[in-house]
Design a protein around this ligand. Structure first.
Ligand code: ZN
Length: 317
């Protein structure tokens, strides 16, 4: 469900800024010839100004169009509506098909990778790949706990990853994946099975060339944007994310974690990865109230923008 934007930042997300509005020339009927001349001059002036304003507005709009928090929220709501996406469930499968379709429409090569579950059944990784040698990996887990619709954990991350897929279409060297079976409380596994499966499929020589690896997990609710990793200090991926965040004028902290998201499996497999998270959704984490209406569009957009910055920088190095 989509609620009406409230804050200024949310309104700007809807693209409804009052730019390029030239004042009308009403009430000029019966004007003299001299007045008409002056009016013509005014019209020309206003037309010129409007062109300048529109050009500025367009480049601004183009920048805004890259990542849409509103579209991300709508996507998270769409997959939340399938119900709890427990690994191996019908809801997880349906959501995976939606992600695969979205990747395909954006021009990526799409692969579905089976992930065996300890107690039988299968989850899946939905993987999008662009042309060229692998440089950047972005993952977000698609599965959730059984208690609720898992909108923030982690419909939010998948939605932002799709925004990145859209903004980066045509770029070479990308692997974007909605991974399965992250929730260990559901899979019963000590590791995050989907990302571990993904990492296993990468050749050592390929892994070595990856410049940036990011897990987007819980990016729509919470107080502060944090960059996390299993190391005591920021690894290469975390450093790039921190730099990207700071380059937008925001504060960012590196906060080590014990390895509770997919970045842990990538890092352990030899691809130093970072986790981007808003900390913390105290009220509704792993609960029935983890619903899409709680997601903040500006947080989704911020998570997408800073990751996009980091990715573009990694690709241009
Ligand atoms: Zn999660």
């Amino acid at each position: 469900m989509w609620t009406a934007p409230r804050t200024l930042e949310e309104r700007s997300d809807a693209g409804d800024r009052p730019l390029g509005q030239a004042r009308g020339l009403n009430g000029q009927v019966g004007a003299s010839y001299g007045m008409l001349e002056r009016m013509t001059a005014r019209v020309a002036l206003i037309a010129g100004l409007t062109t300048v304003l529109l050009a500025a507005a367009l480049s601004d709009e183009e920048a805004r169009a890259a990542i849409s928090g509103k579209r991300a929220k709508a996507f998270a709501a769409e997959i939340a509506a399938f119900g709890p996406r427990v690994a191996g469930s019908r809801a997880e499968r349906l959501a995976g098909d939606v992600v695969a379709d979205a990747f395909g429409e954006l021009g990526y090569r799409v692969r579905k990778q089976a992930v065996s579950l300890p107690e039988g059944g299968r989850s899946r990784n939905i993987i999008a790949r662009s042309q060229g040698p692998l440089r950047v990996i972005v993952v977000a887990h698609l599965d959730g706990v059984g208690a609720g619709p898992a909108a923030n954990d982690n419909g939010s991350g998948v939605a932002v990853m799709l925004e990145l897929a859209r903004a980066l279409r045509g770029e070479r060297g990308l692997l974007l994946a909605a991974v399965g079976a992250e929730e260990r409380v559901e899979s019963g596994s000590p590791i995050h099975l989907g990302s571990a499966r993904l990492a296993r499929a990468l050749e050592p020589s390929v892994k070595k060339r990856v410049r940036l690896a990011v897990s987007l997990d819980m990016v729509g609710v919470g107080g502060r944007l944090a960059v996390r990793g299993i190391e005591d200090s920021a690894n290469a991926s975390a450093t790039q994310l921190l730099n990207a965040i700071r380059s937008t004028g925001r504060k960012a902290m590196y906060e080590p974690d014990s390895g509770v998201s997919d970045h842990a499996e990538l890092t352990r497999a030899g691809v130093p990865a970072a986790w981007l998270q808003y900390r913390f959704d105290q009220a509704c984490w792993h609960r029935a109230c983890d619903t899409a209406n709680r997601l903040k569009t500006w947080k989704l957009r911020t998570a997408g923008r800073v990751t996009l910055r980091a990715v573009r920088s990694a690709l241009s190095d």
